[in-house]
Design a protein around this ligand. Structure first.
Ligand SMILES: Cc1cc2nc3c(=O)[nH]c(=O)nc-3n(C[C@H](O)[C@H](O)[C@H](O)COP(=O)(O)O)c2cc1C
Length: 305
């Protein structure tokens, strides 16, 4: 039997596979497809202090090997998450992480305080990297000082494991990674979506209502793997890697590059059982290659000089 368990600072996971925020609802939507308890964990849709309707359509578009979205953080709000969603997830043997979004630093803190100590909640992931909203989100994630400030404020607001989710839309991700680490993050998630756009050449108009959106899916995987490797060599705190993961080989790229755990995002829309399948595939890979624990592989990339 191989050991799939991993630790990201104070966050302990029975296996390294989670589902990425915004691609898996609140988990409950996927109950018909597989046992959620087979996962290492799930990350909720980004939660704000009050419910949000998100952006008007058209807000998704398919692209070669991926998709663009500009959902705009539609969510039920933190109160409804706590009263209606989280209690229904408590009986599953897996970690539930809450993804948190605010338009201001005070809103991030407000949501973190409400989540602090909630029964069944394993940790918080700060979304400081959403490219699809007018205020907040990426405005924090692109500026190391603003990122450090919101991270430090949320660190004070909660004793839960605190992950900061980094934006890839920066010149050097190591700067924002170090800023989050220095401000008290327990671990980093990377990456969020890349800003992109698509144009309808018949209408001569943007495909998406808000012109640009966030690109995700296999199209971004090599970029995300590279950023994971860069970040692994720049910080000491553990990493949660994501970007276009569809199968064990994809996940292993992130793990070898330095991720202790991975998240499956866009692939959930194509194959709803994607993340559960990945757990089994990872176990098979470790067995076939004679590894006792997935931890042996984390950051074990051989780079010959
Ligand atoms: C439709 C959609 C909604 C998303 N919503 C959120 C969100 O609320 N919060 C967040 O931090 N990331 C959000 N993301 C980003 C994903 O969690 C993930 O970082 C990104 O899609 C890259 O992984 P993937 O290529 O496996 O999808 C969203 C992505 C998609 C496609």
């Amino acid at each position: 039997m191989v050991d799939l368990s991993v630790e990201l600072g104070p966050l302990k996971l029975k296996n390294p596979v989670l589902t990425a925020s915004g691609t898996f609802g609140y988990g409950l939507e996927f109950e018909p497809f597989f046992d959620l308890g087979s996962l290492g964990g799930i990350v909720s849709k980004g939660l704000s202090p009050r419910p949000r309707h998100g952006n008007p359509p058209q807000r998704i578009a398919e692209t070669p090997a991926g998709m663009l979205n500009t959902i705009g953080l539609q969510n039920v709000g933190v109160d409804a998450f706590l009263s209606e969603k989280l209690p229904k997830l408590e009986h599953y043997d897996m970690a539930v992480l809450a993804n948190v979004f605010g338009e201001t630093e005070a809103e991030y803190v407000e949501v973190c305080k409400k989540l602090d100590g909630a029964p069944g909640l394993a940790g918080i992931e700060l979304n400081v990297s959403c490219p699809n909203v007018e205020c907040g989100g990426i405005a924090f994630g692109n500026d190391p000082r603003a990122l450090a400030s919101v991270t430090a404020a949320c660190r004070k607001a909660t004793g839960l494991p605190l992950l900061v989710k980094l934006s890839p839309n920066v010149t050097d991700i190591r700067e924002t990674a170090r800023a989050a680490e220095d401000a008290g993050a327990d671990a980093l998630s990377l990456v969020n979506t890349f800003v992109g756009m698509a144009i309808d050449v018949e209408a001569r108009r943007p495909v998406l209502n808000r012109v640009s959106g966030g690109l995700s899916g296999p199209a971004i995987r090599p970029l995300a793997v590279h950023m994971t490797w860069q970040t692994y060599n720049a910080v000491k705190i553990p990493l949660m890697g994501m970007g276009g993961i569809t199968c064990a080989r994809d996940a292993l790229e992130f793990i070898l590059a330095g991720a202790s755990a991975v998240q499956v995002g866009t692939s959930n829309f194509v194959t709803p059982t994607s993340a559960a399948d990945l757990v089994n595939e990872l176990r098979d890979y470790l067995e076939q290659h004679g590894f006792e624990s997935v931890r042996e592989l984390v950051g074990s990339l051989q780079v010959e000089s």
